[in-house]
Write a protein that binds this ligand. Structure first.
Ligand SMILES: Nc1ncnc2c1ncn2[C@@H]1O[C@H](COP(=O)(O)OP(=O)(O)OP(=O)(O)O)[C@@H](O)[C@H]1O
Ligand SMILES: [K+]
Ligand SMILES: [Mg+2]
Length: 681
């Protein structure tokens, strides 16, 4: 992460990005583009009207003496537009730069396609969903896919920026590979899962480049509010002219336009999209790909977080560490059946059983299993095994599942089983019971460890008012031990994928927004149901497709920071909206007295800022209105500082800072600008 952070900081300030942003500020003046932002579009129309009055003063009956003033107003308005465009262009810049470097990693390579038992060399662009390819040491992965055979270490730095290779293997939750990454050791057989143009890198490019950026519901609501305010002020200003005429005051059109621009919420109007883009960008710089801005905002509003145990709260390399026989069975018997049930079990748990055999110098009757029908592990059955050719059925799995299976065949359960199973579970391990037909042989002890620092993270979540629930397929005792060690608020044990969805739906029915992380195929439906689903990049293709975020570093606990970034985005937008609207109050005091002072000298009591002259007052307010936009760009881009605290505390704190600040700042700013401007006028 460190190198990434350095990289992003550098590129934020790179002169190329700033240069491009300046250029884009002019390109974005195109009225068709501008129309998407009604507040700034009104400013643009006003700017064009003033420009016309400068170019054809005779036609509009403009007084010779006013041309200088009009040119000044025009320039300030033009800069207001450019500043707003610059904010958006700058926010987009980093993503565009990142997209460019990603495009460079997208190269055509030759793939070893397996067809009819033979390997054929084909260009990667010809690969389609369902094709099988073989990738050997040193070769680039030609497309996204799922490992169906073998194990390899893979350098994924092209997409994750992380140089340490990761292990990808068939079967388990670490089976997906991404096109453009490199196999650094061993050989794997991969089933391609995406057609050309729909790959992960393609999606990543269009994401960081903002090609598919859509306004979020929050942004749309705010935009509607800003547009309504703009229309109201437009009506106010238009009706002001006849009223003034009645009072025998001649109000020039440029003065009215200046008033209008000062009153409408240009500050937030100019910064709104930059805030959204920068929020998305912060998530990307954090190596999390959010499929939509909506997902990032939802993260900011999360009330409940569902985490799975294995791999999220614990390291997740559940390894067989000992064989514990029960009911008079021997270690050799137990190990024999455990191994036979695992011969074709490609999950890490299954393979670890065979590894433990090797480590303990045990052998098993491999011939017995050959020709049998292997039953793969599923999260529903929570068992795996083999139906032998001689009719016997061998199973291993969660203790409760195996007990039910054995009882179903009229078998009896040795009392020792629960004692041994509970002992493993109380230590936080996972017991797998092993049975043949109606006889239970004992327990395999699968070990796993809680990641360090989990407790602190869950404490932070509690401070933000977020409830954490650990959902695990494991038994209640193991779950309770791990839950206590990690400090989660609640846990649900022996949960099937359906149970996970049920928990999410239950919380959602109470009006809560739910986040969850996962990596397994069994997590996919729940990832899709959750408001924020964060899938691990190491995980299965199904999980990545169901989720609305993918963590390239595959650190499930990062969901906590994603929530913080989402909150920061919402807070930043709220704070700058408050600031922008509060700002306008001070501008009334600058402009209204200035406009009416000549006819109504009593207006001078409103001139609390004691500005130099009516003209310099109007120009000063307009200049402040323009420069406040670039001054706030750093805040819009970096986000308002955020500390874990409750929503109510946050709201009152921000109204105080940005509301009051928004009222006071222009009084000081406009006065200072007036002191300078007055020297010229
Ligand atoms: N290869 C396997 N063969 C038989 N049983 C297994 C195997 N792997 C896991 N189990 C059993 O099935 C249970 C559920 O496993 P699963 O991987 O679905 O858990 P999960 O729902 O992902 O939750 P968590 O990741 O927290 O364990 C495990 O607790 C274990 O008892
Ligand atoms: K304004
Ligand atoms: Mg799991």
């Amino acid at each position: 992460m460190n190198t990434n952070e350095n990289r992003s900081r550098q590129s934020l300030l790179s002169s190329a990005i700033i240069g491009n942003a300046v250029k884009d500020s002019f390109i974005k003046l195109n009225p068709v583009t501008m129309m998407k932002n009604p507040v700034m579009f009104v400013v643009e129309v006003g700017t064009l009207v003033v420009l016309l009055m400068i170019m054809a003063p005779g036609y509009f009956g403009v007084d010779e003496g006013n041309i200088g003033f009009n040119i000044t107003v025009f320039l300030i308005l033009l800069f207001t537009l450019l500043f707003a465009n610059f904010a958006e262009a700058l926010a987009e810049g980093r993503g565009k730069a990142q997209a460019d470097s990603l495009k460079k990693t997208k190269q055509e390579v030759m793939a070893n396609k397996l067809a009819g038992g033979a390997v054929r060399r084909v260009p990667s662009t010809e690969l389609r969903k369902g094709d099988i390819v073989v990738i050997s040491q040193g070769e680039l992965v030609p497309g996204d896919g799922e490992v169906i055979e073998g194990l390899a270490s893979i350098d994924e730095s092209a997409i994750t920026g992380e140089s340490a290779p990761v292990i990808k293997e068939a079967g388990g939750d670490f089976s997906s590979v991404t096109g453009g990454t490199r196999v650094v050791s061993d050989e794997i057989k991969v089933r391609i899962t995406s057609d050309p143009g729909e790959s992960f890198i393609d999606r990543m490019i269009s994401l960081v480049e903002g090609a598919q950026r859509q306004k979020t519901p929050n942004e749309i609501a705010l935009n509607t509010l800003l547009t309504s305010l703009t229309i109201i002020f437009l009506i106010v200003v238009v009706t002001l002219a006849p009223i003034a005429k009645y009072l025998n005051i001649e109000l020039d059109v440029p003065v009215l336009i200046a008033l209008l621009v000062c009153l409408i919420p240009t500050t937030i109007g100019g910064l709104l999209s930059a805030i959204g883009i920068a929020g998305m960008d912060r998530v990307t710089q954090f190596n999390v790909l959010a499929m939509s801005g909506k997902a990032v905002e939802a993260a900011g509003d999360i009330n409940t977080m569902i985490l799975d145990k294995t791999g999220t709260i614990t390291y997740g390399n559940r390894m067989a560490s000992s064989f514990i026989p029960v009911g008079g069975a021997t270690v050799a018997d137990l190990a024999d059946w455990a191994a036979i049930s695992s011969m074709k079990d490609e999950t890490p748990e299954g393979r670890s059983v065979l590894e433990l055999m090797k480590k303990q110098g045990l052998t098993y009757n491999e011939g017995l299993g050959n020709g049998g029908e292997f039953i793969g592990f599923t999260a529903e059955t929570r068992m795996s095994g083999v139906d032998l050719p001689d009719g016997r059925k061998v199973r291993k799995g969660a203790v409760d599942a195996v007990k039910r299976w054995v009882s179903g065949q009229g078998g009896s359960i040795p009392g020792e089983l629960d004692i041994q199973g509970n002992k493993v579970a109380t230590e936080g391990g996972t017991p797998l019971a092993v049975a043949v037909d109606n006889q239970i042989f004992g327990v395999i002890y699968l070990k796993d460890t809680v990641k360090p620092g989990m407790r602190e993270r869950f404490d932070q979540m509690r401070a933000m008012g977020i409830k954490t629930i650990m959902c695990t397929g494991d038994n209640p005792l193991t779950a309770a031990t791990i839950a206590r060690e990690a400090g989660v608020d609640d846990f649900i044990a022996e949960s099937t994928p359906e149970d996970k969805i049920a928990v999410i739906r239950r919380e959602q029915a109470e009006g809560k927004l739910v986040a969850m992380t996962g990596d397994g195929t069994n997590d996919a439906p729940a990832l899709a149901q959750a408001d924020v689903g964060l899938a691990m990049n190491t995980g299965t293709v199904a999980a990545k497709e169901a989720a609305n975020m993918v963590d390239l570093d595959s650190d499930p606990s990062k969901i906590i920071e994603v929530v913080a970034i989402g909150k920061q985005l919402l807070i930043t937008r709220g704070a700058l909206t408050t600031f922008s609207i509060a700002n306008d109050i001070a501008k009334y005091f600058a402009i209204i007295p200035a406009m009416f002072m000549v006819a109504i000298p009593e207006m001078d009591v409103l001139n609390v800022m004691q500005l130099g002259s009516p003209l310099s007052a109007i120009l000063s307010a307009l200049i402040f209105n323009a420069v406040i936009i670039p001054l706030l760009i750093p805040l819009a881009m970096k986000g308002v500082a955020y500390k874990p605290m409750s929503a109510v505390q946050l709201l009152s704190r921000n109204i105080f800072i940005y509301g009051l600040g928004g009222v006071v700042a222009p009084f000081i700013g406009i006065k200072l600008i007036d002191l300078v401007v007055h020297l010229w006028i």
